[in-house]
Design a protein around this ligand. Sequence first.
Ligand code: DGP
Length: 216
Amino acid sequence: MTSKRGALLVLEGCDRAGKSTQVKKLVDALNLLGISAEARRFPDRTTVVGKLIDQFLSRNEELPFETVHLLFSSNRWECSTEIIKTLNSGITLVVDRYAASGAAYTAATTGRDLFWCREPDRGLPQPDLVALLEVDTKSQMLRSDWGKERFDCNQIQQKVAANLRLLMDETWVAIDGNDDLEKIHNNLVTLALAAIDRAKNQPVKMLYSKEPLPLY
Ligand code: DGP
């Protein structure tokens, strides 16, 4: 490990919570402050696994939701070595969705418990910060492209929102996504700088490696 690694910063939330906009703004702001930062997103639809996920999401491929759950997790695993290398080279990563989306969406769509849903992601690089952007259902539906993909439905989104709340631990911060864009951004910059400072002299940890698990 280098003495100053980058931090793994994750933005989570339901569909159309404003994550992508905030990821881009945060990366730009960090780079302007002289902190090397790059954006990532999951699912990464450019990989072989990601292409299959894309087919499923656009309803061109039918697969059991449990199978898809493992594909989403594989998609994170296939990027995990590169993520660790990048962090250890001193670059901070700002990631649009990560393992919590995996657990929250599968629990919402299959009824399987969060404990089961978290398992495939155990051992992935652990985020140093998870910022949960929470928006009310009305403003979510007003955002562009609503209803186009498989999980763009009110009932699923409400369950996802509740599941994300249940997944919160000490690395998470909930943010009101209905707030003004710049206010959210400034809040995220402050949180990111603190997380980068905390992470810089620590090794990258493994996700869900502590016992007992915080959910039960
Ligand atoms: P996005 O590209 O962020 O719009 O995500 C595409 C959709 O896939 C969105 O409805 C959220 C869902 N999703 C993202 N990650 C996962 C995951 O790991 N598991 C499941 N089941 N769904 C996910």
